[in-house]
Design a protein around this ligand. Structure first.
Ligand SMILES: [Zn+2]
Length: 107
């Protein structure tokens, strides 16, 4: 079954990278190869928002699972490059959005 490869540790980042690369192409913004892998190698598994270690074994919809965040969103001209990417917990990334939107959602 092809889907099981998604859960392979190393391949997981390749898949994440590819998904975001396609979005970058769709938005017509720059991208670089292996941007996610580069960030994973330099971020020490720490969340860019709360700086706490991210559990790489956690899976969606776990709020503390790994999330790839474009600091400037691709939809707003941000690039899919290592310097515009941070890794966060799912929950930290959604908090960021909720704060910006003054969402009624309460963690
Ligand atoms: Zn976090």
């Amino acid at each position: 079954m092809a889907r099981t490869t998604f859960y392979d540790k190393d391949n997981r980042f390749t898949v994440l990278d590819r998904v975001h690369k396609y979005r970058a192409i769709k938005y017509g913004v720059d991208w670089e190869a292996k941007a996610v892998q580069t960030v994973m190698a330099t971020a020490n598994k720490r969340c860019g928002v709360c700086k706490v270690l991210i559990d790489m074994e956690a899976r969606q919809p776990d709020p503390f699972s790994l999330n790839i965040d474009h600091i400037v969103p691709l939809s707003q001209g941000g690039t899919h490059t290592a310097e515009n990417i941070q890794i966060t917990h799912r929950i930290c990334n959604s908090k960021k959005w909720n704060t910006e939107r003054k969402d009624k959602t309460n963690e």
